[in-house]
Design a protein around this ligand. Structure first.
Ligand code: FE
Length: 198
């Protein structure tokens, strides 16, 4: 395996850092699906773009599974240690640079699957075999109490939308832009977020 780049993460290095992960690790298989990790995440971003989503949601769709690569991040990039589930871990590494709306879409994208399975019987039928398998590991469909809690999330609708693109972005052979196409978009999202905090 190629050596991991050791660079300090800040708002100017985080996008090249993530791009490097995509380039080196993107060909990893995606949990039993017929697409690779990078194909899956790039398909999510393309679906968001085609739907006319704003830049934050395109970024969320593109990065929703970045938590599978947290071993690539320096340990201090993880607020809660490295043994988190990939949704929490991804949110943790992104939270220092991206707006909360993006972070929450990443943080709750697994919960959104559990939510949709609880409230939409047709949704479960559309899940891939691999996604059904992980659903069971993730706790199965939400309980009524969990559904109420999920509906109260500030970005509930955005989280659900990103989840739908996640589910749809598993089609073998779809042509998407390269990661580099999304670099300026990601940087704009980060710059707006970081500038807003000054
Ligand atoms: Fe995914």
């Amino acid at each position: 395996m190629t050596e991991v780049k050791k660079i300090p993460l800040n708002k100017d290095t985080i996008v090249p850092f993530i791009e490097d992960i995509f380039l080196r690790r993107g060909s990893d298989s995606y949990l039993g699906e017929e697409v690779t990790m990078s194909e899956h995440m790039l398909q999510g971003a393309l679906l968001a773009e085609k739907a006319g989503a704003d830049e934050e949601l395109v970024a969320a769709a593109l990065l929703h599974d970045i938590g599978h690569y947290t071993s690539e991040f320096p340990e201090d990039a993880l607020e809660n240690g490295i043994n988190n589930h990939h949704d929490e871990a991804g949110a943790s590494v992104l939270s220092q640079f991206f707006p909360r709306r993006v972070v929450d879409c990443v943080r709750y994208h697994v919960d959104a699957k559990r939510y949709l399975c609880a409230v939409d019987p047709g949704y479960f039928d559309r899940l891939s075999d691999a996604s059904i398998h992980t659903l069971n590991l993730q706790g199965g469909p939400m309980s009524e109490i969990e559904v109420i809690g999920f509906r109260a999330l500030e970005y509930c609708e955005d989280v659900i939308q990103v989840r739908i693109w996640d589910e749809e972005g598993k089609v073998k052979g779809v042509i998407t832009p390269e990661f580099s196409y999304y670099v300026p978009l990601l940087q704009r999202v980060i710059d707006r977020s970081c500038d807003g905090q000054d």
